[in-house]
Design a protein around this ligand. Structure first.
Ligand code: CA
Length: 248
């Protein structure tokens, strides 16, 4: 049983979601405004949030950003009636893990929720991939990541993505495989979700590379055009060093 937060101002959709998710055995809290949703998220933890982006009081994107801060381990799925793909991308960049476009079929929403909750609660063995003398440690049970002994705080799907890439490190993993294994086997939406998460994971790794003291090499995600991505464990040289190398 999971604790779900529904943020939806449309009473018809809100009732439908609350009833369907409760019937599936979840504890649901339904909030109709951004302010009340943030209040609820500050008061108690949630496993998953369904967030309508079109809210009456606060911009849904701002709510998303704040929810991500309040609920670092929760899966956030944005619901949007907006046709513009940019809104979806901004939502994903603000901390959402996935999105559904309205109108959606309830069976699809329930399947997506089920898949997300199954993944985020499945305990697994620790994956430790060697990185020279140091290492990249991904503890899938505790959902913790360390690069060369330094903790790297990642969003749920960034973590899952890194684990999936690390399982086949130095081998390319196709976009289809990543979408199926990290998001949903029945995924048929935009693969922008994958691109946004790869970009934010790259940013997190680059920031870590810059902040390591003493400086060190951290893993890098290489794009294989038209196919997918590959994790290179010895990939990333700190920025100032790589610049110096170019000037030699
Ligand atoms: Ca709305």
């Amino acid at each position: 049983m999971a604790a779900l937060l529904i943020v939806e101002d449309d009473p018809k959709i809100g009732v439908l979601l609350a009833n369907a998710l409760s019937a599936n055995g979840h504890t649901t809290t339904w909030q109709r405004s951004g302010a009340s949703a943030l209040h609820a998220a500050a008061a108690q933890p949630f496993d998953l949030v369904l967030l309508d982006l079109g809210l009456p009081d606060v911009d849904g994107v701002d709510v998303c950003r704040e929810l991500r801060r309040l609920l670092p381990g929760a899966i956030i799925v944005i619901l949007t009636a907006r046709r513009d793909e940019m809104d979806v991308i901004v939502g994903l960049e603000s901390g959402a893990d996935d999105y559904l476009t309205k109108p959606f079929r309830m069976t699809e929403l329930l399947a997506r929720v089920r898949a997300h909750l199954r993944r985020s609660t499945t305990p697994g063995a620790a994956v430790t991939a060697p990185l020279g003398l140091d290492e990249l440690t991904l503890d899938t049970g505790r959902r913790e990541c360390q690069v060369r002994g330094t903790p790297l705080v990642l969003r749920p799907k960034e973590f899952d993505l890194l684990v999936r890439l690390a399982r086949d490190s130095t081998t390319a993993v196709s976009r289809e495989t990543l979408m199926a294994d990290v998001w949903d086997e029945n995924w048929f939406g935009s693969t922008k979700t994958l691109d946004v998460h790869v970009a934010s994971l790259r940013r997190a790794l680059a920031e870590l590379a810059d902040s390591l003291d003493p400086p060190g090499v951290v893993p890098e995600i290489t794009t294989l055009r038209g196919f997918g991505y590959r994790l290179d464990l010895h990939g990333q040289v700190p920025r100032d060093r790589s610049e110096r190398k170019e000037h030699r």
